[in-house]
Design a protein around this ligand. Sequence first.
Ligand SMILES: Nc1ncnc2c1ncn2[C@@H]1O[C@H](COP(=O)(O)OP(=O)(O)OP(=O)(O)O)[C@@H](O)[C@H]1O
Ligand SMILES: [Mg+2]
Length: 285
Amino acid sequence: MPFEYNFLNRDEELYTLQDAFLNEVIKKKKCVSFLIRGRYGIGKSRLIHEFLNSIETDQRIAVNIPKLRRSIHAIEYECQKDSSEPYQPFMEIKEQMEAQQKGFRILKNSFMLMISLLPIHDVVDDLQKIVNEIKTGKQEDVIRAKETKTFAKYLKMLKKRSQRVPVLLCIQNVQWIDDFSLKLLQTLIENEDSFWGMIILEENESKSLNSTTATVFSRLYNEQKIKNLSLKLLQKGFEIKILEERLRPRLFTQVEFEHIYTLSEGCPGILAELVDDWIRLQGNS
Ligand SMILES: Nc1ncnc2c1ncn2[C@@H]1O[C@H](COP(=O)(O)OP(=O)(O)OP(=O)(O)O)[C@@H](O)[C@H]1O
Ligand SMILES: [Mg+2]
């Protein structure tokens, strides 16, 4: 397990997510989407992690939705660099939701819940059928027609799933999403009547977006369908807190700390790696 440092400097960004969740998702029953961007190691995943943890502990949220649980209502998926398998993310997201629901079902042993799950079992099969047709080179218009129907079904499934409690869909490394999943994602984001909840996308800006993905996100942003949250470098001084938390106080001089800040490039992820290396080297010497 990597060492987890105290969460620094991101109050404003965390508040932005919490505020949108409280005032737009919970109170207005909407689906709100965020694109969290920033360079490698700047703290995108950590921000999402802190936000997801806070949905259970934040009293303003808990009084409204006491049943909301990260382990049941948040789905996290990480796109892989070389995976171009169409719809893979959404197939796995659906499977994850089913697994979460099963656990919940055993827990509650509720007949009503079982009934509410019945009509949604085959949307993954439908996606798989489209994948087969893509691979056998079926005409585009045939594929399009099937996509429209299946996307509507996916949306319906999410709507049903979020009938009583909102769902939070988090997709990491979205810069690597395949073009077919991107279309489904776009449908979910731009649909006025989408499910109840939040879509949080994490984009590593150091890895360049392919042009289709970039165009889609900038259009969604211009149409105010998605909010952008660009993470800035951490302020000078964060390196002292991180180093003193992991090592010991006053181990370095002011000049050394300044040098360390420069090496970290203002990214906690880069600094965390430097500290890990340093501790490893100390252990070996
Ligand atoms: N605000 C913060 N305060 C303290 N530590 C942080 C903060 N943000 C991130 N970290 C730590 O820095 C490391 C890298 O953070 P994280 O994985 O969130 O970066 P990332 O931007 O998601 O990276 P990637 O581009 O690889 O996905 C983790 O160990 C994390 O706990
Ligand atoms: Mg990350």
